[in-house]
Design a protein around this ligand. Structure first.
Ligand code: AHG
Ligand code: MN
Ligand code: MN
Length: 326
């Protein structure tokens, strides 16, 4: 038995209800997180077999961000749209790969919106490096379903957040207010089993994650902040946000993607990268900032807006923000 009465090794379907407790609309969140677990299992195999099934590489298309669309970006989008629609609890999905919100159903049961990055770390797909999927879960404003302004509320309004990482093992981490837990896919029966009953970021920061190749383009205060991190921590940078974030969450660390001339408003997307991971970080004792304010307090202007992101150990986020703004 582990803390909170959950047993390591227990299947997600079994322990999810006790983790959600009674304060949540159990069926809704239970249904959505179970659907994401099902989708992640399907995508796990798609990824593992991609080189053998000719689903590596690019489609030849360009997405709304001007980025090369990878075949697995499309596979991931379709898998998660399908399982979220079939969950019966989701009315609207926002997706990194889709310009507009997608209404996947209506009805009183469908009272949630999910904003997702179906494959995070696309540049790592063809080189067998860890990639992931990220989800923010929101109550749907039923009065304006499927219109942008129905979702343009700060990240602190999220009900839950999930990410999955397809690495040396396939892990699903989800957070509700005050609780962050992790499950690992058991490929012998394709179930997710509880492996991290209570995730809290360690007190001690070990790693810093940033693209050091951008250093020459950063403004002097930001350079001073990166030099401070260099002088105190080991560099670990995978190039997949989810992989860098997960390692820092489990081992202690900070991830920094500031503005630079190529990305004057930041590279990462607020609604389906920064917000869900910030919700998880803050519920695990960490913190996140844009450099100007808490990520979760940003009032969004558009579904695909970008933001600078500093996320990880609370004290190091504060120190980094202090240096980069002085
Ligand atoms: P995505 O694959 O969803 O577009 O996200 C890629 C992001 C993020 O995963 C990662 O931290 C960052 O891009 C890496 O950017 P650089 O290659 O510029 O360092
Ligand atoms: Mn991404
Ligand atoms: Mn992506």
């Amino acid at each position: 038995m582990n803390n909170n009465g959950n047993i390591v090794g227990q299947r997600l379907e079994v322990c999810l209800k006790s983790i959600l407790g009674t304060q949540y609309n159990q069926d809704g969140l239970y249904g959505i997180i179970s659907a994401i677990a099902l989708g992640a299992t399907k995508l796990h195999y798609k990824i593992r077999f991609s080189a053998l099934e000719d689903t590596l590489g690019a489609t030849g298309g360009i997405n709304l961000h001007g980025e090369q669309v990878q075949k697995l970006d499309v596979e991931g989008t379709n898998i998660f749209l399908d399982v979220l629609q079939n969950s019966g609890y989701v009315s609207v999905v926002g997706c990194e790969e889709l310009e507009n919100l997608k209404v996947v159903g209506s009805g009183s049961n469908r009272s949630y919106t999910v904003l997702m990055d179906p494959i995070d770390g696309s540049s790592n797909i063809d080189v067998a490096v860890s990639i992931g999927s990220i989800f923010g879960i929101w109550f749907t404003d039923n009065n304006s379903q499927g219109t942008d302004n129905s979702i343009l509320t700060p990240g602190n309004q999220q009900v839950a957040a999930v990410y999955t990482i397809y690495g040396s093992s396939t892990v699903l981490v989800f957070a509700i207010s005050g609780r962050v837990v992790g499950f690992t896919l058991d490929p012998t029966d394709n179930t997710f089993r509880l492996t991290h009953p209570e995730i809290l970021i360690p007190d001690k920061c070990k790693y810093y994650s940033t693209n050091e190749g951008n250093f020459p383009r950063l403004d002097p205060p930001m350079q001073r902040a990166i030099i401070d991190l260099r002088n105190n921590y080991s560099l670990r940078y995978v190039g997949s946000l989810v992989a860098d974030f997960h390692r820092n969450l489990i081992s202690g660390g900070i991830f920094v993607y500031p503005t630079d001339p190529e990305y004057p408003t930041g590279k990462l997307r607020l609604m389906y990268e920064a917000n869900p991971l910030s919700f998880i970080a803050c519920n695990a004792g960490g913190d996140s900032s844009s450099g100007e304010m808490s990520i979760l307090d940003i009032k969004p202007k558009s579904l695909h807006q970008r933001t600078p992101l500093i996320i990880g150990n609370k004290d190091i986020v504060a120190r980094t923000v202090e240096i980069m703004t002085s």
